[in-house]
Design a protein around this ligand. Structure first.
Ligand code: ATP
Ligand code: MN
Length: 429
Protein backbone atom coordinates (compact mmCIF):
# COMPACT_ATOMS: atom_id res chain seq x y z
CA UNK A 1 0.00 0.00 0.00
CA UNK A 2 1.25 3.46 -0.87
CA UNK A 3 1.38 6.12 1.85
CA UNK A 4 0.99 9.88 1.66
CA UNK A 5 4.44 11.44 1.31
CA UNK A 6 4.02 13.71 4.33
CA UNK A 7 3.60 10.63 6.53
CA UNK A 8 7.02 9.21 5.56
CA UNK A 9 9.53 9.67 8.40
CA UNK A 10 13.04 8.29 8.92
CA UNK A 11 11.45 5.65 11.14
CA UNK A 12 9.06 4.43 8.44
CA UNK A 13 11.10 1.32 7.57
CA UNK A 14 10.06 0.22 4.11
CA UNK A 15 7.59 2.53 2.37
CA UNK A 16 5.72 2.85 -0.92
CA UNK A 17 4.68 6.18 -2.38
CA UNK A 18 2.89 7.30 -5.52
CA UNK A 19 3.24 10.68 -7.08
CA UNK A 20 4.61 12.88 -9.82
CA UNK A 21 8.27 13.29 -10.77
CA UNK A 22 9.06 16.79 -9.56
CA UNK A 23 12.72 16.93 -10.57
CA UNK A 24 15.51 14.56 -11.59
CA UNK A 25 19.19 15.29 -11.01
CA UNK A 26 22.18 13.17 -11.93
CA UNK A 27 25.29 13.54 -9.79
CA UNK A 28 28.12 11.17 -10.57
CA UNK A 29 26.92 7.67 -9.77
CA UNK A 30 23.84 8.94 -7.95
CA UNK A 31 20.45 9.93 -9.35
CA UNK A 32 18.17 12.04 -7.17
CA UNK A 33 14.53 12.02 -8.11
CA UNK A 34 12.07 14.16 -6.20
CA UNK A 35 8.59 12.64 -6.08
CA UNK A 36 5.67 14.88 -5.18
CA UNK A 37 2.11 14.14 -4.11
CA UNK A 38 -0.54 16.47 -2.71
CA UNK A 39 1.03 16.20 0.74
CA UNK A 40 4.70 16.87 0.05
CA UNK A 41 7.96 15.93 -1.60
CA UNK A 42 10.20 12.89 -1.08
CA UNK A 43 13.73 12.40 -2.34
CA UNK A 44 14.37 9.09 -4.05
CA UNK A 45 18.08 8.30 -4.16
CA UNK A 46 19.40 5.73 -6.61
CA UNK A 47 22.97 4.49 -6.49
CA UNK A 48 23.43 3.37 -10.08
CA UNK A 49 26.05 0.80 -9.17
CA UNK A 50 23.86 -0.93 -6.56
CA UNK A 51 20.29 -0.46 -7.83
CA UNK A 52 18.32 -3.42 -9.23
CA UNK A 53 17.99 -3.53 -13.05
CA UNK A 54 14.22 -2.72 -13.22
CA UNK A 55 14.85 0.44 -11.15
CA UNK A 56 17.59 1.55 -13.52
CA UNK A 57 15.39 0.75 -16.50
CA UNK A 58 12.55 2.95 -15.15
CA UNK A 59 15.03 5.73 -14.37
CA UNK A 60 16.40 5.68 -17.91
CA UNK A 61 13.05 6.73 -19.38
CA UNK A 62 11.96 9.08 -16.65
CA UNK A 63 10.52 12.46 -17.57
CA UNK A 64 9.36 15.24 -15.26
CA UNK A 65 5.70 15.07 -14.20
CA UNK A 66 5.39 11.37 -14.99
CA UNK A 67 3.37 9.42 -12.43
CA UNK A 68 5.49 6.87 -10.59
CA UNK A 69 5.23 4.35 -7.80
CA UNK A 70 8.35 3.92 -5.71
CA UNK A 71 9.06 1.51 -2.88
CA UNK A 72 12.11 1.02 -0.71
CA UNK A 73 13.87 1.61 2.58
CA UNK A 74 13.48 5.01 4.24
CA UNK A 75 16.63 6.58 5.65
CA UNK A 76 17.40 9.76 7.49
CA UNK A 77 19.07 12.30 5.19
CA UNK A 78 19.57 15.75 6.58
CA UNK A 79 19.91 17.55 3.25
CA UNK A 80 16.77 16.04 1.66
CA UNK A 81 13.29 17.64 1.92
CA UNK A 82 11.71 16.51 5.19
CA UNK A 83 15.06 15.10 6.40
CA UNK A 84 14.61 11.67 4.80
CA UNK A 85 15.05 9.81 1.56
CA UNK A 86 13.98 6.52 0.10
CA UNK A 87 16.34 4.02 -1.55
CA UNK A 88 14.15 2.21 -4.06
CA UNK A 89 14.00 -1.50 -4.67
CA UNK A 90 10.93 -0.86 -6.82
CA UNK A 91 10.42 1.98 -9.30
CA UNK A 92 7.51 1.89 -11.73
CA UNK A 93 6.33 4.45 -14.24
CA UNK A 94 2.53 4.32 -13.98
CA UNK A 95 1.94 7.06 -16.57
CA UNK A 96 4.67 8.85 -18.52
CA UNK A 97 4.51 12.61 -19.14
CA UNK A 98 5.47 13.97 -22.55
CA UNK A 99 8.18 16.57 -22.87
CA UNK A 100 8.64 19.40 -23.17
CA UNK A 101 5.90 20.25 -20.66
CA UNK A 102 3.47 22.96 -21.79
CA UNK A 103 3.94 24.58 -18.39
CA UNK A 104 6.78 24.46 -15.90
CA UNK A 105 5.29 23.06 -12.73
CA UNK A 106 8.37 23.86 -10.67
CA UNK A 107 7.87 27.55 -11.52
CA UNK A 108 11.44 28.23 -12.51
CA UNK A 109 9.93 29.99 -15.50
CA UNK A 110 7.05 32.30 -14.58
CA UNK A 111 4.03 31.91 -16.88
CA UNK A 112 1.35 34.32 -18.01
CA UNK A 113 -2.14 33.66 -16.65
CA UNK A 114 -3.38 32.75 -20.13
CA UNK A 115 -0.70 30.07 -20.53
CA UNK A 116 -1.50 28.76 -17.08
CA UNK A 117 -5.22 28.57 -17.82
CA UNK A 118 -4.56 26.78 -21.11
CA UNK A 119 -2.77 24.05 -19.12
CA UNK A 120 -4.78 24.33 -15.93
CA UNK A 121 -4.30 20.62 -15.11
CA UNK A 122 -0.54 21.25 -14.82
CA UNK A 123 -0.94 24.65 -13.21
CA UNK A 124 -2.97 23.01 -10.43
CA UNK A 125 -0.02 20.78 -9.52
CA UNK A 126 1.63 23.86 -8.01
CA UNK A 127 0.84 24.08 -4.30
CA UNK A 128 0.34 27.84 -4.58
CA UNK A 129 -2.38 27.31 -7.18
CA UNK A 130 -3.96 24.27 -5.52
CA UNK A 131 -4.12 26.34 -2.32
CA UNK A 132 -6.67 28.71 -3.88
CA UNK A 133 -9.05 25.85 -4.56
CA UNK A 134 -8.56 24.18 -1.21
CA UNK A 135 -9.42 27.51 0.39
CA UNK A 136 -12.33 28.10 -1.98
CA UNK A 137 -13.71 24.72 -0.91
CA UNK A 138 -13.35 25.70 2.75
CA UNK A 139 -15.09 29.02 2.02
CA UNK A 140 -18.05 27.27 0.41
CA UNK A 141 -18.26 24.75 3.28
CA UNK A 142 -18.17 27.60 5.80
CA UNK A 143 -20.92 29.49 3.96
CA UNK A 144 -23.08 26.38 3.85
CA UNK A 145 -22.55 25.66 7.52
CA UNK A 146 -23.09 29.25 8.61
CA UNK A 147 -26.38 29.55 6.75
CA UNK A 148 -27.80 26.15 7.71
CA UNK A 149 -26.88 26.81 11.35
CA UNK A 150 -29.00 29.96 11.09
CA UNK A 151 -32.00 27.97 9.86
CA UNK A 152 -31.61 28.61 6.13
CA UNK A 153 -33.01 26.11 3.65
CA UNK A 154 -30.96 25.39 0.55
CA UNK A 155 -32.87 25.79 -2.71
CA UNK A 156 -32.12 25.31 -6.40
CA UNK A 157 -33.74 27.62 -8.92
CA UNK A 158 -33.77 27.15 -12.72
CA UNK A 159 -30.80 28.26 -14.76
CA UNK A 160 -32.81 28.12 -17.98
CA UNK A 161 -35.27 31.00 -17.85
CA UNK A 162 -37.72 32.80 -20.12
CA UNK A 163 -37.24 36.36 -18.85
CA UNK A 164 -34.39 38.57 -17.78
CA UNK A 165 -34.27 39.51 -14.11
CA UNK A 166 -33.82 43.15 -14.85
CA UNK A 167 -34.62 43.36 -18.52
CA UNK A 168 -30.95 44.00 -19.26
CA UNK A 169 -29.09 43.08 -22.39
CA UNK A 170 -26.40 41.05 -20.69
CA UNK A 171 -28.12 37.70 -21.29
CA UNK A 172 -26.97 34.59 -23.10
CA UNK A 173 -29.76 33.31 -25.32
CA UNK A 174 -30.13 29.56 -25.76
CA UNK A 175 -32.26 27.53 -28.13
CA UNK A 176 -35.01 25.89 -26.07
CA UNK A 177 -37.01 23.69 -28.45
CA UNK A 178 -39.27 26.09 -30.37
CA UNK A 179 -38.84 28.89 -27.82
CA UNK A 180 -36.15 31.38 -26.94
CA UNK A 181 -34.67 30.99 -23.49
CA UNK A 182 -31.78 32.51 -21.56
CA UNK A 183 -29.18 31.40 -19.08
CA UNK A 184 -30.13 32.83 -15.70
CA UNK A 185 -28.24 35.98 -14.71
CA UNK A 186 -29.48 35.77 -11.10
CA UNK A 187 -31.82 33.67 -8.95
CA UNK A 188 -33.44 36.93 -7.81
CA UNK A 189 -37.02 36.46 -9.04
CA UNK A 190 -37.26 32.80 -8.05
CA UNK A 191 -35.80 33.20 -4.58
CA UNK A 192 -38.24 36.04 -3.96
CA UNK A 193 -41.13 33.83 -5.11
CA UNK A 194 -40.21 31.26 -2.46
CA UNK A 195 -40.88 33.92 0.16
CA UNK A 196 -44.58 33.43 -0.58
CA UNK A 197 -44.19 29.77 0.36
CA UNK A 198 -43.61 30.24 4.10
CA UNK A 199 -40.06 28.88 3.89
CA UNK A 200 -38.85 32.13 5.44
CA UNK A 201 -35.09 31.72 4.98
CA UNK A 202 -33.60 30.38 1.77
CA UNK A 203 -30.17 30.28 0.23
CA UNK A 204 -28.74 29.16 -3.05
CA UNK A 205 -25.15 28.77 -4.20
CA UNK A 206 -25.17 28.52 -7.94
CA UNK A 207 -23.93 29.81 -11.27
CA UNK A 208 -24.97 33.14 -12.74
CA UNK A 209 -24.38 33.90 -16.39
CA UNK A 210 -23.72 37.42 -17.62
CA UNK A 211 -23.03 38.28 -21.23
CA UNK A 212 -21.05 41.37 -20.26
CA UNK A 213 -18.57 42.03 -23.01
CA UNK A 214 -16.08 44.02 -20.97
CA UNK A 215 -12.81 42.41 -20.12
CA UNK A 216 -11.84 43.23 -16.54
CA UNK A 217 -9.98 41.50 -13.71
CA UNK A 218 -13.17 41.24 -11.63
CA UNK A 219 -15.82 40.09 -14.09
CA UNK A 220 -16.53 36.59 -15.36
CA UNK A 221 -19.20 35.51 -17.81
CA UNK A 222 -19.99 32.57 -15.55
CA UNK A 223 -19.72 33.33 -11.85
CA UNK A 224 -20.93 31.77 -8.60
CA UNK A 225 -23.46 33.64 -6.55
CA UNK A 226 -24.23 33.07 -2.89
CA UNK A 227 -27.82 34.24 -2.61
CA UNK A 228 -30.10 34.56 0.39
CA UNK A 229 -33.65 35.80 0.89
CA UNK A 230 -35.33 36.27 4.29
CA UNK A 231 -39.02 36.81 5.07
CA UNK A 232 -40.00 39.47 7.61
CA UNK A 233 -36.46 40.87 7.62
CA UNK A 234 -35.57 44.42 6.68
CA UNK A 235 -32.45 45.70 4.95
CA UNK A 236 -30.58 46.24 8.22
CA UNK A 237 -31.16 42.66 9.36
CA UNK A 238 -29.78 41.11 6.20
CA UNK A 239 -26.81 43.49 6.27
CA UNK A 240 -26.06 42.18 9.76
CA UNK A 241 -26.38 38.63 8.44
CA UNK A 242 -23.99 39.35 5.56
CA UNK A 243 -21.43 40.91 7.86
CA UNK A 244 -21.65 37.93 10.24
CA UNK A 245 -21.21 35.55 7.31
CA UNK A 246 -18.11 37.29 5.96
CA UNK A 247 -16.45 37.37 9.37
CA UNK A 248 -17.28 33.75 10.09
CA UNK A 249 -15.96 32.60 6.70
CA UNK A 250 -12.66 34.45 7.23
CA UNK A 251 -12.34 32.99 10.69
CA UNK A 252 -12.98 29.47 9.39
CA UNK A 253 -10.39 29.80 6.63
CA UNK A 254 -7.75 31.09 9.03
CA UNK A 255 -8.51 28.24 11.45
CA UNK A 256 -8.74 25.36 8.99
CA UNK A 257 -6.40 26.26 6.11
CA UNK A 258 -3.01 27.06 7.68
CA UNK A 259 -1.04 25.07 5.07
CA UNK A 260 -2.69 26.46 1.90
CA UNK A 261 -2.39 29.96 3.37
CA UNK A 262 1.33 29.37 3.91
CA UNK A 263 1.80 28.06 0.35
CA UNK A 264 0.09 31.21 -0.90
CA UNK A 265 2.02 33.42 1.48
CA UNK A 266 -1.09 35.23 2.72
CA UNK A 267 -2.39 35.84 6.20
CA UNK A 268 -5.93 37.22 5.85
CA UNK A 269 -6.93 39.72 8.48
CA UNK A 270 -10.34 38.86 9.95
CA UNK A 271 -12.63 41.85 9.29
CA UNK A 272 -14.02 43.57 12.34
CA UNK A 273 -17.75 44.11 12.93
CA UNK A 274 -19.67 46.28 12.48
CA UNK A 275 -18.57 47.27 8.98
CA UNK A 276 -18.89 51.04 8.52
CA UNK A 277 -22.15 52.14 6.86
CA UNK A 278 -21.60 54.90 4.32
CA UNK A 279 -24.68 56.56 2.83
CA UNK A 280 -24.53 56.79 -0.96
CA UNK A 281 -24.64 60.61 -0.87
CA UNK A 282 -21.50 60.77 1.26
CA UNK A 283 -19.82 58.06 -0.81
CA UNK A 284 -20.37 59.95 -4.06
CA UNK A 285 -19.04 63.12 -2.40
CA UNK A 286 -15.87 61.36 -1.23
CA UNK A 287 -15.36 59.73 -4.64
CA UNK A 288 -15.85 63.05 -6.45
CA UNK A 289 -13.41 64.78 -4.07
CA UNK A 290 -10.72 62.14 -4.38
CA UNK A 291 -10.92 61.54 -8.12
CA UNK A 292 -11.71 65.09 -9.24
CA UNK A 293 -14.38 63.59 -11.52
CA UNK A 294 -17.75 65.33 -11.82
CA UNK A 295 -19.71 62.70 -9.88
CA UNK A 296 -23.10 63.62 -8.50
CA UNK A 297 -26.30 62.18 -7.04
CA UNK A 298 -27.60 59.46 -9.38
CA UNK A 299 -24.24 58.44 -10.79
CA UNK A 300 -22.87 54.94 -10.41
CA UNK A 301 -19.38 54.36 -9.06
CA UNK A 302 -16.99 53.85 -11.93
CA UNK A 303 -13.84 51.78 -11.35
CA UNK A 304 -11.75 54.79 -10.34
CA UNK A 305 -14.46 56.03 -7.97
CA UNK A 306 -14.71 52.56 -6.40
CA UNK A 307 -10.94 52.52 -5.96
CA UNK A 308 -10.82 56.01 -4.42
CA UNK A 309 -13.58 55.11 -1.97
CA UNK A 310 -11.82 51.90 -1.02
CA UNK A 311 -8.64 53.81 -0.28
CA UNK A 312 -10.57 56.20 1.91
CA UNK A 313 -12.36 53.42 3.82
CA UNK A 314 -9.55 50.84 4.04
CA UNK A 315 -11.82 48.05 5.38
CA UNK A 316 -15.03 46.24 4.36
CA UNK A 317 -17.91 48.73 4.34
CA UNK A 318 -21.50 49.13 3.21
CA UNK A 319 -22.83 51.78 0.85
CA UNK A 320 -26.45 52.42 1.90
CA UNK A 321 -29.39 54.66 0.96
CA UNK A 322 -28.97 54.42 -2.80
CA UNK A 323 -30.96 56.51 -5.26
CA UNK A 324 -34.05 54.49 -6.17
CA UNK A 325 -33.50 55.26 -9.85
CA UNK A 326 -30.18 53.42 -10.15
CA UNK A 327 -31.13 50.31 -8.21
CA UNK A 328 -33.37 47.53 -9.59
CA UNK A 329 -37.18 47.84 -9.49
CA UNK A 330 -37.42 45.29 -6.67
CA UNK A 331 -35.53 47.50 -4.17
CA UNK A 332 -37.88 49.13 -1.66
CA UNK A 333 -38.11 52.93 -1.82
CA UNK A 334 -37.93 54.69 1.53
CA UNK A 335 -41.35 55.80 2.76
CA UNK A 336 -40.01 59.10 4.09
CA UNK A 337 -37.95 59.83 0.96
CA UNK A 338 -38.87 57.74 -2.11
CA UNK A 339 -35.88 59.12 -4.05
CA UNK A 340 -33.81 56.80 -1.87
CA UNK A 341 -34.25 53.07 -1.42
CA UNK A 342 -33.38 50.39 1.12
CA UNK A 343 -30.59 48.96 -1.01
CA UNK A 344 -26.98 48.38 -0.02
CA UNK A 345 -23.71 47.20 -1.50
CA UNK A 346 -21.09 45.39 0.53
CA UNK A 347 -17.68 46.67 -0.52
CA UNK A 348 -14.17 45.36 -0.04
CA UNK A 349 -11.64 48.20 -0.42
CA UNK A 350 -10.83 46.74 -3.85
CA UNK A 351 -14.35 46.13 -5.23
CA UNK A 352 -18.03 45.39 -4.73
CA UNK A 353 -18.69 42.01 -3.12
CA UNK A 354 -22.47 41.93 -2.74
CA UNK A 355 -25.66 43.81 -3.49
CA UNK A 356 -28.88 43.53 -1.55
CA UNK A 357 -31.99 45.31 -0.39
CA UNK A 358 -35.28 45.18 1.31
CA UNK A 359 -37.64 44.20 -1.51
CA UNK A 360 -40.89 45.71 -2.68
CA UNK A 361 -43.51 43.23 -1.44
CA UNK A 362 -46.61 45.28 -2.40
CA UNK A 363 -47.93 44.10 -5.75
CA UNK A 364 -49.09 47.47 -7.10
CA UNK A 365 -45.93 49.29 -6.10
CA UNK A 366 -43.90 46.55 -7.75
CA UNK A 367 -45.87 46.89 -11.00
CA UNK A 368 -45.37 50.64 -10.84
CA UNK A 369 -41.63 50.24 -10.32
CA UNK A 370 -41.31 47.73 -13.18
CA UNK A 371 -43.12 50.11 -15.52
CA UNK A 372 -41.09 53.10 -14.37
CA UNK A 373 -38.00 51.23 -15.64
CA UNK A 374 -39.56 51.00 -19.07
CA UNK A 375 -40.21 47.27 -18.65
CA UNK A 376 -43.43 45.46 -19.43
CA UNK A 377 -45.28 44.03 -16.43
CA UNK A 378 -46.69 41.29 -18.67
CA UNK A 379 -43.36 39.56 -19.07
CA UNK A 380 -43.06 39.47 -15.27
CA UNK A 381 -46.51 37.96 -14.70
CA UNK A 382 -45.12 34.66 -13.35
CA UNK A 383 -43.13 36.68 -10.81
CA UNK A 384 -45.95 39.07 -9.92
CA UNK A 385 -48.60 36.40 -9.21
CA UNK A 386 -47.27 35.38 -5.77
CA UNK A 387 -47.40 39.06 -4.80
CA UNK A 388 -51.21 38.93 -5.11
CA UNK A 389 -51.63 36.07 -2.63
CA UNK A 390 -49.92 37.01 0.60
CA UNK A 391 -46.29 37.98 0.04
CA UNK A 392 -44.51 38.81 3.32
CA UNK A 393 -42.09 41.71 3.56
CA UNK A 394 -38.62 40.35 2.78
CA UNK A 395 -34.99 41.22 2.13
CA UNK A 396 -31.94 39.53 0.71
CA UNK A 397 -28.62 39.78 -1.07
CA UNK A 398 -26.34 38.16 -3.60
CA UNK A 399 -22.63 37.76 -2.84
CA UNK A 400 -20.06 36.86 -5.49
CA UNK A 401 -18.13 33.77 -4.35
CA UNK A 402 -15.14 34.42 -6.62
CA UNK A 403 -14.80 38.02 -5.46
CA UNK A 404 -15.00 36.88 -1.84
CA UNK A 405 -12.13 34.41 -2.41
CA UNK A 406 -10.17 36.84 -4.60
CA UNK A 407 -10.24 39.67 -2.06
CA UNK A 408 -9.59 37.36 0.89
CA UNK A 409 -6.46 35.98 -0.77
CA UNK A 410 -5.33 39.16 -2.51
CA UNK A 411 -5.49 37.55 -5.97
CA UNK A 412 -4.84 39.96 -8.80
CA UNK A 413 -7.35 38.49 -11.22
CA UNK A 414 -10.75 36.90 -10.55
CA UNK A 415 -9.87 34.16 -13.06
CA UNK A 416 -7.36 32.82 -10.54
CA UNK A 417 -10.27 31.93 -8.25
CA UNK A 418 -11.98 29.77 -10.91
CA UNK A 419 -10.79 26.37 -12.10
CA UNK A 420 -11.87 26.88 -15.69
CA UNK A 421 -12.93 30.50 -16.09
CA UNK A 422 -15.36 31.68 -18.74
CA UNK A 423 -14.67 35.09 -20.19
CA UNK A 424 -15.12 36.97 -23.44
CA UNK A 425 -12.29 35.03 -25.06
CA UNK A 426 -12.22 31.78 -23.14
CA UNK A 427 -14.63 28.89 -23.59
CA UNK A 428 -11.97 26.14 -23.60
CA UNK A 429 -10.80 24.32 -21.58
P1 ATP B 1 -20.52 45.05 -10.91
O1 ATP B 1 -21.18 46.41 -10.83
O2 ATP B 1 -19.27 44.97 -10.09
O3 ATP B 1 -20.37 44.56 -12.30
P2 ATP B 1 -23.14 44.09 -10.35
O4 ATP B 1 -23.65 45.17 -9.47
O5 ATP B 1 -23.52 44.08 -11.77
O6 ATP B 1 -21.55 44.01 -10.21
P3 ATP B 1 -24.90 42.30 -8.99
O7 ATP B 1 -25.95 42.10 -10.02
O8 ATP B 1 -25.16 43.24 -7.89
O9 ATP B 1 -23.53 42.66 -9.73
O10 ATP B 1 -24.50 40.84 -8.43
C1 ATP B 1 -24.23 40.58 -7.05
C2 ATP B 1 -22.79 40.16 -6.87
O11 ATP B 1 -22.47 39.07 -7.73
C3 ATP B 1 -21.78 41.24 -7.20
O12 ATP B 1 -21.59 42.12 -6.11
C4 ATP B 1 -20.54 40.42 -7.49
O13 ATP B 1 -19.88 40.02 -6.31
C5 ATP B 1 -21.11 39.19 -8.16
N1 ATP B 1 -21.06 39.32 -9.61
C6 ATP B 1 -21.97 39.89 -10.41
N2 ATP B 1 -21.60 39.87 -11.70
C7 ATP B 1 -20.40 39.25 -11.72
C8 ATP B 1 -19.48 38.92 -12.77
N3 ATP B 1 -19.75 39.21 -14.05
N4 ATP B 1 -18.35 38.29 -12.44
C9 ATP B 1 -18.08 37.99 -11.15
N5 ATP B 1 -18.89 38.27 -10.12
C10 ATP B 1 -20.04 38.91 -10.40
MN1 MN C 1 -24.38 45.16 -7.57
Amino acid sequence: MASPIASITPGSGRAEVRGWVHEVRDLGGLTFCLVRDRTGILQVTVNRKKAPAPVLEALSRLSRESVVQVGGAVQAMEKAPGGREIVPDRFEVLAPAGSPLPLDVVEKVPAELDTRLDSRFLDLRRPRVAAVFLIRSAVMGAVWEFLTSRGFVNIATPKLVAAATEGGTDLFPVAYFEKEAFLSQSPQLYKQMTMAAAVERVFEIGPIFRAEEHNTTKHLNEATSIDVEVSFADDLEVMGLLEDLVVSVYRRVVETCPDPLTWLGVDPEIPRKPFPRLPYRDAIGIAAGRTGEPLGFGDDFCASAEKALGEEMGVHYFITDWPTAIKPYYAMPREDDPELCRAFDLMHPRMELASGSQRVHQHDLLVHQIRSRGLSADSFEFYLRPFRYGMPPHSGWGLGAERLVMTMLGLGNIREAVLFPRDRHRLVP
